[in-house]
Design a binder for this molecule. Sequence first.
Ligand code: ADP
Ligand code: GN1
Ligand code: MG
Length: 365
Amino acid sequence: MERISDIANVFAFDGKLLSAAPYGDGHINDTYALVFDNGGVRKRYILQKMNKSVFPDIATLMENVALVTDFLAKEIKARGGDSERETLTLIRTKDGKTYYVDKDGECWRAFIFIEDTIAYQLVENAEVFEGTGRAFGAFIAGLADFDASKLGEVIKNFHNTADRYKKFLAALDADKAGRAAGAQKEIEFVKNRADYCGRVTGMLERGEIPLRVTHNDTKLNNILVDEKTKKPVCVIDLDTIMPGSLLYDFGDAVRFGCSTAAEDEKDLSKVDFDISLFEAFTKGFLDGIGGSITQKEVDNLAFGAILMTYECGMRFLTDYLDGDTYFKTKYPEHNLVRCHTQFRLVERMEQALDKMNFIARKYAK
Ligand code: ADP
Ligand code: GN1
Ligand code: MG
């Protein structure tokens, strides 16, 4: 790999590079924080090596990111906001490109570092999480006028759970890593709920719920929260912005945020679904999205949370069966541990479904 300092030198950063270090807890890209000295003033940037096996078409990915960030920056400026704080700002290469391909064919991009913010790994309290809901809801509402036909499909069938199920069955059949025999319970869990898979795609196909421009990866650490006020500042990780259902964004945020434990907690007795956090998030989300949500969407918010959690658990299990080729892992059982937390949450949400539906309808009024 080229040295980080050589890669940094390609981008139009201000000042002199002081240091570079791995940063954040994303499962996909390699993220670095770079510190620059600009005439005595310290300035930071984010430098990312994009994951080419997850995103085979980096050109389309970066076109999407550039289009969406330009669109959002204009909207933010029009309402008098600070676009360099409230959305991601790409730092282009010195020759004006949105990304750089190094000698090994690796692809790099850079952003302004959004300072004085926190990317939470666990919800701190209901009030902060209500704000997260409002921000994710407003994010979808803000993209309502964005022309979806301009967006390339960076990962085909990303939240097509029926397609994910097919891939799960193929991984099971191939059993590349020889792990299927040791994961029978988890495999049964997925199979027993196969009827969940086609429900949301079916509603989209039949036109019962609208196709919107959605974020598709709304976990808590993809939103930066102001360190002091604890108010949401910026929705980040825009790689998967594509046409999709609002249920995906709502569901994925609930999956991660309403858990009482980390996504990779080994002690399942610590993993529970917190209905009061669900209530806070739902209240914020429905407020943020405003009047454009349809009754059918409201009626399926709770199911969307179950589906996204089931899908994510199935993806972790598929990757475990494949031998850990997709998500970053720190130890051999990491994906299986993640799968366990997701399935525990699915069970808890199934038990709480009536209450969840009641809450969704209450705040939709
Ligand atoms: P991944 O796709 O691997 O999840 P992200 O784009 O989400 O990558 O970045 C990983 C982490 O880096 C985020 O969770 C956040 O903590 C941090 N991060 C990313 N972009 C910025 C930014 N512009 N300013 C500050 N922190 C950032
Ligand atoms: C990945 O990139 P990151 O870490 O924010 C994944 C999501 C999963 C999530 C599970 C592009 O999100 O779909 O829900 O891990 N992103 C991609 O933690 O696959
Ligand atoms: Mg991320």
